[in-house]
Design a protein around this ligand. Structure first.
Ligand code: ATP
Ligand code: MG
Length: 361
C-alpha cells in the first residue's frame, strides 16, 4: 500500500469532529511555536504561560471555526447527496436533517454510493432484458396471427368474388374460414393464459383426486383427434389406478391435454401412445410416451420456451402456436414439481412430470 493510500485510509477512519479537533490542534501547536519564535527574536518578554494561553485561545477559536466550516460546507453537502441516494433507494423517505459529526460519514456515503450504483446497474440490465422480451413477444405474436388472418382473408375474398355460388367450393371454403377463425381464437386464448401466468403468481386450487381417472377423461376427450391420425392411446400395463395426487385438477387436465395432443400431432400415423403412472413414495410420476419420430437433442433444452417449435410449418398445420409446453411448465412449477423430456430420434419421445402423492382422498 502506498503512502498516500495509507493516509487516505487513516483519514477515512476519522469522524468530522475528530478532524476539526486535529486541525485545531495543528493550528494551536504551530501558533505556539510561531509566537515562541517571535517572542525570542523580537524579545517581547511574554511568559511561556501567556504564550500557551494565547495558543489555547487560538486553538479553541479555530476548533469552532473548523467545526462550523466542515459541517456547513462539506458534510452537509455530502449528506445531501447521501440523502438523495437513500431516498431513491427507499420507498419511505428517510429524514436526514442533522449532520452527526461523531459518525464516519465518508465511509457511510462511500458504501451507500457503491451499493446504489450496483442496484442501478442491475435495474438497467433488467429493463434492457424486459425490453428485448417485449419486442420479441410482440414480433412472435404478430407473426402467429398473420397466418390465419391471411388465410381467412383469402377464403372470404374468393367467396365474395363468386365462389359463394360455386357449389363445389362454397361449403368447403366457409368451413376453412371458420377453422382459421377458430385457430385465431385459440391463439388469443393461449396468449391470454401465458401473459396471465407470467404476470402473476399462478393461483392453484388444491384438491385431491385419482390421477388415473383424470387421464382417462383426457384420453376420451382426445379420441376424435387420435382417430384422425389412427393413433392408439393405452395405459402402461400393471398400472395402479388408485394413486391419489394433490393438485389443481383443471390445470393438470390442461397439462395432460397438451402433452397427449402433442403426442398425437407430432407422433406418427398409426402410432401408439402410452400413459404411465409410477408410485415414487412421495410423488407420482406421470409419463406420456409416443413412438413418433422423436426430437433431436439440440432442441430439447429450448422446447419449453414460448413460441418454440421444431418444425413451424408442421406445427402450424396442426394449429399450434408453440405456447402449449410453456404453459405446461408454468403450471407444473406452480405446483412446485418438475417436468422433463427424453427423446430418441426415430424411436419416440417421453414427457414426464411429478405430482405430490397423497394416501387418502
Ligand atoms: P400449441 O401447444 O400452442 O397449440 P405446439 O403444440 O406447436 O402449439 P408446444 O406444445 O409448446 O406447441 O410444443 C412445442 C414444439 O415441440 C412443437 O411444435 C413440436 O415441434 C415439439 N413437440 C412437442 N411434443 C412433441 C412430441 N411428442 N414429439 C415430437 N415433437 C414434439
Ligand atoms: Mg402443443
Amino acid at each position: 500500500m502506498s503512502g498516500t493510500e495509507q493516509v487516505n485510509n487513516q483519514l477515512k477512519k476519522i469522524t468530522p469532529k475528530q478532524l476539526a479537533y486535529l486541525m485545531a490542534m495543528a493550528v494551536t501547536v504551530s501558533s505556539f511555536m510561531v509566537s515562541l519564535f517571535f517572542n525570542v527574536v523580537l524579545q517581547v518578554g511574554a511568559s511561556v504561560g501567556q504564550l500557551f494561553g494565547l495558543a489555547a485561545i487560538t486553538g479553541l477559536i479555530c476548533y469552532g471555526l473548523f467545526y462550523w466550516a466542515l459541517e456547513h460546507f462539506i458534510y452537509r453537502r455530502i449528506k445531501l447527496i447521501y440523502k438523495n441516494i437513500h431516498n431513491r433507494k427507499q420507498t419511505h423517505r428517510v429524514v436526514v436533517d442533522k449532520v452527526d459529526m461523531n459518525k464516519h460519514l465518508i465511509d457511510e456515503v462511500e458504501d451507500e454510493v457503491g451499493e446504489w450504483a450496483k442496484d442501478y446497474q442491475t435495474e438497467i440490465e433488467q429493463l434492457k432484458r424486459l425490453e428485448n422480451y417485449r419486442r420479441e413477444f410482440i414480433g412472435n405474436v404478430s407473426h402467429e396471427l398473420k397466418t390465419p388472418i391471411f388465410a381467412l382473408e383469402g377464403y372470404l375474398e374468393t367467396l365474395l368474388d363468386g365462389g359463394l355460388y360455386d357449389e363445389k367450393i362454397n361449403t368447403k371454403y366457409i368451413e376453412k374460414a371458420l377453422k382459421n377463425a377458430e385457430r385465431l381464437g385459440s391463439i388469443v386464448k393461449d396468449l391470454e393464459t401465458i401473459t396471465q401466468y407470467e404476470a402473476s403468481v399462478l393461483q392453484i386450487n388444491w384438491g385431491r383426486f385419482k390421477i388415473y381417472d383424470l387421464c382417462n377423461e383426457v384420453i376420451e376427450e382426445m379420441e376424435r383427434l387420435a382417430k384422425i391420425q389412427n393413433t392408439e392411446i393405452l395405459f402402461k400395463e400393471g398400472i395402479n389406478r388408485n394413486l391419489i395426487v394433490q393438485a389443481d385438477s383443471e390445470k393438470i387436465r390442461q397439462v395432460l391435454n397438451n402433452l397427449i395432443s402433442n403426442a398425437i400431432k407430432y407422433g406418427k400415423e398409426n402410432g401408439k401412445i402410452w400413459v404411465g403412472l409410477y408410485d415414487m413414495e412421495k410423488y407420482v410420476l406421470i409419463e406420456i410416451t409416443d413412438n413418433g419420430n422423436g426430437i433431436a437433442e439440440e432442441h430439447l433444452p429450448r422446447l419449453f420456451e414460448r413460441f418454440y417449435r421444431i418444425d413451424p410449418s408442421r406445427s402450424r398445420h396442426h394449429g399450434g402456436a408453440g405456447l402449449g409446453l410453456a404453459i405446461v411448465k408454468h403450471i407444473i412449477e406452480a405446483h412446485h414439481q418438475t417436468i422433463h423430456v427424453r427423446s430418441t430420434l426415430g424411436k419416440g419421445t417421453t414427457f414426464g412430470f411429478t405430482l405430490q402423492k397423497k394416501k387418502f382422498l
